[in-house]
Design a protein around this ligand. Structure first.
Ligand code: ATP
Ligand code: ZN
Length: 287
């Protein structure tokens, strides 16, 4: 690896890997990732991507072994490393939560006083119970935390949940959330200041932001009676008429809408006479 090349650590093989590599590619970076090598060099940007376990990313970034990293906020909260968070990346959503067996008599966290809690997040769990003034015994477990209650090893677990299906499969129910998490971009505190790397990191952040802001937005184009333009503009403020239109009573309007909001506004657009409505993806949006 060339030393003046930026280094980014990503999860080698796990839940964040696919979307992380997708974000990098959507940001215009070209690299090979077949077979998940130790690292890939970007062809069109001075950066190497290093594939590691997510748990190692905070210390690799804190020590400057790599300049930046992408990982779950949950790992960051647990490891508490000296790093700078640059951006929330809007994927990898999950919640760290306290769960108990479905049949358990426990109905609130205070019922867990004096009980054993199994978790792979001992620091986050200890902090939570300390803040609630509830005395519990926390046993740190690396994997398969969700089976601990059925083995009789714990009364409750503190673990990540997203859809809730893991809880269901293991006969558990959610008692209370502790914190929400998503993938984040972090940086070494020196790298964001150093001449060698700061400009490249800024460029990468700009690219990521542009992909993120384009993600939920769609380009909309439709035909509508000119008389309805003002009312339509109230629904979609970014609407503008297409240039060089023939003098007809209908006009072609275009703009940008949030995809989720679009479905709720469709009925109102139609009622105002909008036809030929087309929605198209936007690849980047640099504001
Ligand atoms: P590694 O081998 O890199 O240590 P891991 O087993 O610790 O991987 P994964 O299960 O691949 O981690 O999860 C990676 C990240 O995905 C989590 O730290 C979290 O940020 C996010 N995530 C999203 N949904 C979930 C979920 N339901 N369960 C666990 N993690 C989730
Ligand atoms: Zn891990």
């Amino acid at each position: 690896m060339k030393t003046n090349t930026l280094r980014l650590a990503v999860q080698k093989d796990g839940r964040l890997t696919e979307e992380t590599l997708g974000l990098l590619r959507a940001s215009g970076l070209e690299f090979e990732s077949y077979g998940r090598k130790l690292f890939s060099a970007c062809r069109n940007f001075p950066m190497n991507i290093v594939y590691v376990r997510d748990d190692d990313i905070p210390s690799l970034v804190a020590t400057g072994t790599v300049d930046i990293g992408i990982l779950g906020q949950n790992v960051l909260n647990e490891k508490r490393a000296e790093v700078k968070k640059l951006l929330n990346l809007r994927y990898g959503f999950c919640t760290l939560a306290v769960s108990v067996p479905k049949e358990s008599s426990v109905s609130s966290v205070s019922d867990l006083a004096g009980k054993i809690i199994a978790t792979s997040y001992p620091k986050s769990a200890a902090r939570f119970f300390r803040e609630q003034n509830i005395n519990v015994t926390i046993i740190p477990i690396e994997g398969s935390v969700e089976v601990m209650p059925s083995l009789g090893a714990a009364s409750a677990i503190v673990d990540l949940v997203s859809s809730g299906s893991t809880l269901l499969v293991n006969d558990l129910r959610l008692l209370t959330p502790i914190y929400r998490s998503e993938a984040v971009l972090i940086a070494n505190t020196q790298s964001i200041r150093a001449n060698r790397s700061s400009q490249r990191i800024r460029e990468l952040v700009t690219r990521f932001k542009s992909v993120l802001s384009a993600k939920n937005c769609k380009f909309i184009i439709f035909t509508a009676p000119q008389a309805a333009s003002q009312k339509l503009k109230k629904i979609i403020p970014s609407l503008t008429p297409r240039a060089s239109q023939a003098q007809t009573t209908d006009s072609t309007l275009e703009g940008v809408v949030n995809e989720e909001a679009f479905w709720s506004m469709l009925g109102r657009l139609r009622a105002l006479g909008a036809t030929n409505i087309r929605l198209m993806p936007i690849e980047n949006s640099i504001l």
